[in-house]
Design a protein around this ligand. Sequence first.
Ligand code: PEP
Ligand code: MG
Length: 887
Amino acid sequence: TKWVYPFAKGQADGRADMKELLGGKGANLAEMCALGLPVPPGFTITTEVCTYFTEHEKTYPADLKDQVNAALARVEEDMSASFGGKGGDGLLLVSVRSGARASMPGMMDTVLNLGLNDETVEILARVSGDARFAYDSYRRFIQMYGDVVLGVDHHHFEDLLEDHKDERDLTLDTDLTADDWKILVERYKEKVADQLGQPFPQDPHDQLWGAVGAVFGSWMNQRAITYRRLHHIPADWGTAVNVQAMVFGNMGDTSATGVCFTRNPATGENLFYGEYLINAQGEDVVAGIRTPQPLTILEKKTANTELPAMEETMPETFAELDGVRHRLEQHYHDMQDMEFTVQEGRLWMLQTRTGKRTVKAALKIAVDMVDEGLIDESEAVRRLDPGQMEQLLHPMLDPNAPRTLLGQGLPASPGAASGRVVFNAEDAEAWSDRGEKVILVRIETSPEDIGGMHVAQGILTTRGGMTSHAAVVARGMGKPCVSGAGGITVDYAAKTLSALGEVVREGEIITLDGATGEIMVGRVPTIEPELSGDFSRLMDWVDAIKTMGVRANAETPLDAQTARNFGAEGIGLCRTEHMFFDKERIIHIREMILAANEADRRAALANLLPYQRRDFIELFKIMDGLPVTVRLLDPPLHEFLPHGAKDVADVAKALGVSDEAIEERAKSLHEINPMLGHRGCRLGITYPEIYEMQAQAIFEACAEIIQGGGKVTPEVMIPLIATKKEFSILKAVIDHAAAQVRAEKGVALDYMVGTMIELPRAALRAGEIAAGDDGAEFFSFGTNDLTQTTFGLSRDDAGRFIQIYREKAVIENDPFVTLDREGVGELVGIGVERGRAARPGMKTGICGEHGGDPASVMFCQSVGLDYVSCSPYRVPIARLAAAQAAL
Ligand code: PEP
Ligand code: MG
């Protein structure tokens, strides 16, 4: 077996695509070397050796030693130097570094300057002409090796250094002379012998094997294990070990070390960007002890610093580095993050990898690279993270601004907002009428809070999950919302909220970050999003690639318009009960719900009809012929019952009965379990006149549009179907209404009647539900309720403990956010399959909140849904995710 992959002088056995075997660092070192870039020669010991080492009680394959020796001999030859310093003047020192498939910054061990001992340090002093440098390097090596390989804690060495400084009255490390370091080297070695009962290893080969073992061993250290668990990196990947000739950035003023990006990782601008330090080793840049200097003159100007740029201090080496920059981008077709060292004027590349970047930079770089011919359009689409893209669509908190955390809840609706705290919807409206920006804080929200939610900058609730009323409505409005912030206590009477011993009163300012769930004291400044040309160009490519449709969940004209602006191809869910949330109308809905008999109910419905018709006309106009799925009333009753004496009095007056009668009625309608109660199609079965009115309003609106020369094809949708019988009864009600309008207006109506699949029984019986003339013509999976009913997990209460479930790794994701493929997903798959078996080619979609979640969109493609439907602000994210799913 080949365990060792050498690289030297334009030749390498490895390649960039061998990351599994060579780790990221090793694979890219090989690639750079093969490109002819200046890479210090070396070799990579494969990840397979790591696995062997772990499985065989820290021993190696029998033929490894010979392969390492052969590779080492090649490095010696290449550097005209000897490991151990025998024969001739050249001395080879090496670095030993870990390098896993995925970057695990700082998790595993590194040893530098390996090969130094009592003899070779003299050679280093002679060759470099700098005894101080040589002994300083030796003591650094003893300390690093002692700590990493031998397990002698670094504080022992630091104590010795401090003692010596005190004795000699010295403050800075740079005050120490060669003789000081010489003394310390002796003391360091004594300390090691003292701690271990044996001397510090002098044989460079012993040192090498010690370091290799330590790096392989560090794959299993606690730090690395924890990091892997958090980042879902499997333990059996293993790490590679890279052994490489040392180059020194600390050999005086013609030496340096630095890190750089081929483009600006914050903005994406195609400008060289980086930092360097003269006369320093790589560790010094990372450690942040000295202030690094800018790479280019432009950066120096932007940063407004006096520190000289590398472009000025080392113009020739800089030009060479700039050449490497272009070479690497042309080769990798992506932005690179590099490490380099300059030893006495000579440039050496120590690492390259794909550079991390902000989402703004990711967008710009992807579009620019298409223009530069480096990548094609589908590659650009592949490179953007849909989850991250959400950041581009909402105002964001200035990442550089300081923040004082008050608490944390669920990131229910993204975006950032600051405002004065108010504790009820009325106050929100009153304050906002006065021109104040407010944050509405509620324990939980209900439909009568809508007015307040509408004027608020953001919404905070202390109860409720990701599909609670507050969360769904806020996402629909594109407003930031943090829900279920259980650590915060709200006192409505005192108008205060308290957390972490801090009390915030009405009128005081807080800031919400709906993307992280953070709640902050005071105002944190925000920055506006920029949906510039790059964004729309990328979205054009997205649309050309994706095969699934993307619709929006929208019911108000504003939502519908927003959805269209974001590229929605129709409405996948118009929740008609949301059309009655405003003050003027909620009264009629309450009249209807609280009516004691059919006559009263019909009277209330007659009041609602004109509103409905007008709303549908407006919606159909905005959507201009695009499909619109209108869902008939599905109000969990508790959302609409009157709260408090004033509500009761209003309804009583409207119905012409006593307050007590209304209270009685409300009490009798109270449900223990409203989510599983008298809602959805059950309302239509018990009071068919409700759906009759809605269907009439839909078809009359259609007639008006058609008579005005427009086009509309409504998809009428029945919620919460469990049985075929429910569906066929209600379909007949709708067909009847259509026939009446047709007869009355004399227009041909084109429509479909379908159902939501949001109960497990409906998914299982999908074949029956879709079959025949009285069957459903389309399905839309309501995965909010389907998740609720499949898990038996209340969507309004889960927020309180779902975080703990995640922390304890009981579940990986909140199933209300990312669709549970195994359980809920299986039901969706069954629904599609059985539905289409009964009705070939039947249209299927999803309208639960999952329709805007990238991982769930991926799943929707895999089960063959025709479209996904999501909140208007998520439409671009769903489009991108759908394109990636199609690639
Ligand atoms: C659903 O249940 O997934 C759905 C879209 O309906 P709602 O959220 O209105 O219950
Ligand atoms: Mg539902």
